[in-house]
Design a binder for this molecule. Structure first.
Ligand SMILES: Nc1ncnc2c1ncn2[C@@H]1O[C@H](COP(=O)(O)OP(=O)(O)O)[C@@H](O)[C@H]1O
Ligand SMILES: [Mg+2]
Length: 580
């Protein structure tokens, strides 16, 4: 996890931090906001229900006053008054009041009309013409009307709840000859009308919770309602208020059923809110990501610039595009690059002058090396020309030849060194090369007591190299080894593979060894610690470049007074895959 984090770019790191913050915010904000949404929706619902309840109560009162007004109107009907008066007071032969009652009943939108005489006995009932004579003094509405009051109330009849009003019927100013009542049945039709206004279902129940009427005329619907009520109104909210009769008894209740859509609305609100949050987060993170990319581009340029300069293009400069910290950084970087470039130029100059100095030393070396033999040659030749050396002519000519030989050797070595001719490779046997070199060297050991040993690893016989050049390298190293041993010692030559591709030829001697200063300069041309005439200082310089031209390495290790080890490390095959 930590590794992944470390390997992320700054832009990704920042973006993921912001992303985590956004997620955390969503986790915090979401429940809080959802609670606020829920509470406000609940309050809204409560207000809505209250207003519906008020509406239904208002409609109910409207019906009550409508019935009252009708009743009052009926009590003043001329025909009704006259017929009642003649019927009751005069035990009349005249028309029965039922006709007037029926006329009123049919001309008004009303459920019942009852006419009662002053003794409380029923004279006529509009819907039941046959019923009369029943005493209604027990009815408080009738009693009140007989006392001269107009009254209204609710009654549970066999047809259902009746909104009923009563009014006294006066014949003269103050003679009450009877009572008229009328009522509106709180039936399904009426409730459906209320539903049209309130847009809610309404159920009217009696005191035993039996449904008396409801907004739906359909029987199955009524049953559904009763199941619904029994079922604790799953999915519905019920607001109810009691129906109270004239004597103050609760005889039933009106229940307003409102489908509870709140959970669905809340779920939808949550969903919308959530989607909005996600979209906003996504958009803002994307914008941030793009902005970060733009902001980070100077850093990326800095990185690229560093890589380019690292490759040695010191002249490269980063474009400074902003004035902010990145701009400052780019400027500092550029001035650093400038310093580097200056340093590099200085270093180049230094190297150049060193090269000139080296060439100078080189030329001086050549002059010195060749001057001596040439001087000898010229001196002896002059003497011979004067005829002064007659007796020793032969010796002198030999000396001339020897010195000229030496000049020739130096020039040959020099040429070889300066041309650094490319190796002419072929498959050669290491074993043969080594033993040839040892034979050549043995002849020059003279009086010294030197033992030469060879150890060649099994199966390692052939390499791909220039035989002349490599034997020259071996000769040089072996000659040096011999020269490093004053009286007696050992020289060991080991040949062993290094990995699959290389071979090491290791030459170890128990000679005088070298101090650090000498060891560091052994490959310099003309560097020699030997007496004039004994060494040219070119042997190892030539060997070094030969080995390098073969794609190998020439290494040296030495301890002063103990001996030295030279390693000729050569590739077994060529780069182009030519193998042994
Ligand atoms: N095996 C060795 N032991 C000690 N010194 C060595 C050995 N080989 C080379 N050197 C030192 O390195 C110098 C340079 O060697 P080389 O280039 O062969 O030139 P030269 O043999 O002509 O001096 C020698 O003069 C000697 O000081
Ligand atoms: Mg030498």
């Amino acid at each position: 996890m930590k590794n992944i984090w470390l390997s992320l770019s700054i832009r990704h790191k920042l973006a993921s931090i912001i992303f985590l913050i956004v997620i955390a915010l969503i986790i915090i904000i979401f429940p809080v906001t959802s609670r606020i949404i829920k509470l406000s929706l609940l309050r809204q619902q409560h207000e809505h229900l209250t207003s519906i309840k008020n509406l239904v109560i208002k409609l109910f009162e409207d019906y009550q006053s409508k019935v009252t007004n009708y009743t009052r109107l009926f009590s003043n009907d001329r025909e009704l008054k006259d017929t009642l008066f003649y019927h009751t007071e005069l035990a009349g032969e005249r028309e029965h009041p039922l006709r007037a009652v029926e006329r009123l009943f049919s001309s008004f939108d009303i459920s019942s009309i009852e006419l009662i005489d002053s003794k409380g006995d029923v004279v006529a009932i509009a819907e039941k013409p046959a019923v009369f004579g029943q005493n209604r003094l027990s009815d408080s509405l009738i009693r009140r009307a007989l006392k001269g009051n107009v009254a209204s109330g609710i009654e549970l009849t066999d047809k259902g709840f009746l909104i009923k009003a009563s009014a006294p019927v006066y014949y003269n100013e103050n003679q009450i000859i009877g009572v008229i009542t009328s009522g509106i049945l709180l039936d399904n039709i009426l409730l459906s009308r209320i539903k049209q206004l309130s847009n809610t279902d309404i159920v009217v129940v009696d005191s035993k919770e039996t449904i008396i009427s409801s907004t739906n005329a359909d029987k199955t619907e009524i049953r559904n309602f009763s199941e619904l009520l029994k079922d604790n109104a799953q999915g519905y909210i019920i607001v109810e208020f009691p129906l109270v009769d004239m004597s103050g008894y609760t005889i039933g209740a009106i229940k307003i059923l409102q489908e509870n859509k709140l959970p669905e609305i809340i779920a939808r609100a949550h969903f919308v809110f959530f989607v909005l949050l996600v979209i906003i987060s996504f958009v803002s993170i994307s914008i941030l990501f793009i902005a970060l990319k733009k902001m980070m581009s100077p850093i990326v340029k800095l990185k690229e610039g560093a890589a380019i300069i690292g490759k040695g293009e010191f002249g490269y400069r980063i474009p400074v595009t902003t004035q902010d910290e990145f701009g400052e950084l780019s400027k500092s970087f550029n001035s650093m690059a400038q310093s580097l470039e200056n340093l590099h130029i200085m270093e180049e100059r230094l190297r150049q002058s060193e090269r000139f100095a080296a060439v100078g030393r080189f030329a001086a070396g050549i002059a010195h090396e060749i001057n001596n033999p040439i001087g000898n040659i010229i001196g002896i030749s002059k003497l011979m020309l004067k005829g002064e050396l007659k007796d020793r002519d032969k010796d002198d000519i030999e000396t001339i030849i020897k010195n000229a030989d030496r000049c020739a050797r130096i020039t040959r070595d020099l040429l070889m060194y300066s041309r650094q001719s490319l190796p002419n490779k072929e498959i050669i046997s290491v074993k043969e090369l080594v033993s040839d070199s040892i034979n050549a060297v043995r002849q020059k050991i003279n009086s010294k007591d030197i033992e030469i040993k060879t150890e060649i690893a099994d199966g390692l016989t052939d390499i791909y190299a220039d035989p002349l050049q490599i034997s020259q390298v071996l000769n040089n190293i072996l000659m040096n080894a011999v020269q490093s041993i004053e009286y007696s010692g050992n020289i060991t030559i080991e040949v062993m593979p290094l990995g699959k591709d290389m071979v090491d030829i290791v030459v170890t001697d128990t000679g005088c060894g070298m101090d650090e200063d000498v060891r560091r300069r052994v490959f310099d041309p003309f560097f020699t610690t030997k007496a004039v005439g004994e060494g040219t200082g070119l042997g190892l310089a030539i060997s070094y470049s030969i080995v390098q031209n073969h794609g190998g390495e020439l290494l040296v290790e030495s301890i002063k007074g103990q001996g030295s080890t030279f390693v000729v490390r050569l590739p077994l095959r060529d780069v182009d895959g030519q193998t042994v």
